[in-house]
Design a protein around this ligand. Sequence first.
Ligand code: PLP
Length: 412
Amino acid sequence: MNVIRLANDRPSVKDDFPVFAANEGLVYLDSGATAQKPISVLDRMDHFYRYANATVHRGVYRLSADATDAFEAARKTVADFINAEAREIIFVRGATEGLNLLADCLGRSDLLKAGDAVIVSELEHHANIVPWQLLRDGRGIELRVCPISEEGGLDMAALEALLADGKVKLVSVTHIANATGTVVPVKEVSRLARAKGAMVAIDGCQAVSHRPVDVRDLDVDFYVFSAHKLYGPTGTGVLFGRYELLEKLPPYQGGGAMITTVTFEKTEFAPPPQRFEAGTPDIVGVLGLAAAIDYVNGLGWDWIAAHEAAVMAHGEAVLRAIPGVTILPAGPERASIFSILVEGIHPHDLGTILDNHDVAVRAGSHCAQPLLAKYNCYATVRASVGVYNEAADFDRLAAGIKSAQKLFGKGA
Ligand SMILES: Cc1ncc(COP(=O)(O)O)c(C=O)c1O
């Protein structure tokens, strides 16, 4: 890892990410959409394709055996990262596929039957809404929506009330809301759900790159995330499931690698996780994900937490100091994301003007239309941070907003 020490002895990690050398002056505030990739991840992936390429789980020759060892070692790296067992880690294409797999397989298992209820929340990304709607419409599951509080956090009293009749078999909520940065108190959600015998699934997309996740400590049954938001490649993600529950789920897709025996009359399925990994996996993506986890572990959670907290505190101060800027509320705890509205300027116009200032933000609904509708808007500008952001990036964002206000004849 190529870490530069600054005068204040805080490491700047920007040099680990080639994108910044290739785009001088770029302020990248869209890590919530996808994070940039460090050299170590790119090297790991390049090395495999260049010098070690072979398929996994099938070949009898050395190169394939080595690829299988590396792939399964990566599974262990992922498992250790969230305090799970390797056999509880299912590799998928991303969080979206993880949540679809979960909804589809649960809906065909005895764990979720017609008439049972599933709770999601108003904070969700569409990926944690639509799969459950499909299940509702296809299999007669009741879908309940937990509202947010006035302050923008999850309304825990409402959650308890929604659980009260004992019909709820699963609570599926986000860990950190991608449109607002709201941190959900997952342990408390689990406690309430457990008290009523419900399972807990967590969409950890926005959490895994910002805080340590321990699925045992959080006491959750399922946890999903995408590699590309964790400094890894696109096309790879993870579904964690408690093994005793995974064992009760039918396969997702059929094909090679997920079976033990096949005849035309009958197929015996492999145990988890192979049961859910039909076909040749994204081998290099999984290796890239493991390299990304090694990279994050190398920085260390203490450094990441302190660095991002300082960057966010500065960001909040400069944004709140600009007249006409509103930050969507995030409840008692915010992480890594500001969703902002600037009076009199459409978010898409603002995003384009910021791009002219070399500041990359997301403008839109952030795949969270129900949440934005709650705030009577269709779009916001979202600034989200990664380990390479610095406090000065928010000064550049603020300068861009002020220049947009000038252009539109708004602001101070
Ligand atoms: C909270 C949350 N859930 C799910 C997703 C979907 O992730 P992917 O598109 O990588 O499958 C995202 C991505 O924006 C997200 O932020």
